[in-house]
Structures are given as C-alpha cells and as structure tokens.
Ligand binder design. Structure first.
Ligand code: ZN
Length: 213
C-alpha cells in the first residue's frame, strides 16, 4: 500500500468528504455539512475506488493479510502529522476507539480491521486505545447496497457505550475502515456524546467519493 496515492483533491473542512478532484485554495463545506453538519469531524486517506478500493475490500473481508501497521503509519505520517494538522494540535491527545463489529462477525472473520488499525495507530502516536468502550448491539441488515436514509435507520440504535465505562473521555478518535454515508460514524458519535464525549474526530482509511458535490 506504500504506493497507493492518497486523495489529492478538495475535502470538506468539517466531515472530510472528498469533493473536487483538483485541490483549490479554500475548500468549502460539502452540501451535507452546509445544511446539517454531523456530530464529528472526519478525514480519510484514500478514495474507495480503483486499486486502493479493491485492495481495501479484499483486506476488509479477510481475503488478504491486514497491513494494520502500514495503514496506521500512513494515517499518522500523511494525515495526522501531515495534511490534517489543523485537526490534531499538539495538546489534542484523544483516546482511540475503533468501530466495533458484532461478535458473530468477529468469530467468523477472526479479526476486526478498525480494532487492529486503532491499536496500531495508538501505539505509534503514544495515545491510549480503548477497544471495548463502544459495543455493537444490533443491526437490522447489512449496510452495503442501502441508500443513505436507509443506512441511517439501520444503524441508529446499533451502538452503545459499554455499561462498565461510566466515564467517557472528552476527546475521542473514532477509527473505521471505510466511510460511506457517515451513518455508522454518526451512530457511534451520538452514542459517545450521550455518554459525555465532547470532541470526536473520525479517521478512516478509505472513503466513497461524492462525484456530485
Ligand atoms: Zn462535509
């Protein structure tokens, strides 16, 4: 993955949506954030299409070895210490929280990519990581193939803060593999905010490209 080109175009300054192919001097908020911004700020490394998209799909579904450390290095060096420094000032020391999967999926796949990635990133950055802060409790069906509104309804109640964690840290870094509609990130962020979190940044390896924004 060392050779995969990161996104070189504009990204929405709030949700990180990949908007225009060419980079402009002052990127604008995407349509979604201009009307109702999500309860987090987010950034992603690669467009979820082409060679990088194929490779990430293969990794996500266990058809290829997970290069968790290499992905975490790209997130840290290209993003956190590179083009996203405005979101990561020196005094921002978040607790890293991966988006969980349902236990039966974990047993079937044997791994959760966001957990592997979150642990590797926390180790590299010197941040704390909490793999068990969020729990995935339900899901009516798979997200793939659903429209944005259906996705939101599907995952809205799917996450909660684990009961043994009464004190949710103020600053959290939520890690996921792919950002599609943002419905999963919003459901997680809402659960964390109900638990007391204040500032949530979402990082994903890949992101669906909005070609009409
Ligand atoms: Zn946006």
């Amino acid at each position: 993955m060392a050779g995969w080109p990161g996104w070189g175009g504009d990204e929405c300054p709030h949700c990180g949506a990949f908007t225009h192919e060419g980079a402009s001097l002052t990127p604008r908020l995407c349509h979604g954030c201009a009307s109702s911004p999500p309860p987090f700020r987010a950034r992603s490394l690669f467009p979820y299409e082409g060679a990088a998209g194929e490779a990430i799909r293969a990794i996500k579904y266990g058809r290829r070895v997970v290069p968790a450390r290499a992905m975490a290095e790209r997130l840290l060096l290209d993003g956190i210490l590179g083009r996203w420094t405005a979101l990561f000032p020196d005094d921002f020391r978040p607790v890293v929280v991966p988006v969980p999967i349902l236990p039966f999926k974990y047993l079937r796949r044997g791994f959760n990519l966001p957990s592997l990635l979150g642990s590797a990133l926390a180790r590299l950055a010197g941040w704390r990581c909490n793999l068990a802060l969020l729990e995935r409790i339900s899901e009516k069906g798979p997200q793939a193939g659903l429209h944005q509104r259906e996705r939101r309804g599907n995952v809205e109640a799917a996450f909660r803060v684990a009961r043994r964690h009464r004190n949710v840290p103020d600053d959290l870094l939520l890690i996921d593999d792919v950002f599609t509609s943002g419905a999963t990130a919003a459901a997680c962020a809402n659960a964390l905010k109900r638990g007391g979190a204040r500032n949530i940044v979402v990082l994903t390896v890949a992101r669906a490209v909005l070609h009409n924004s």
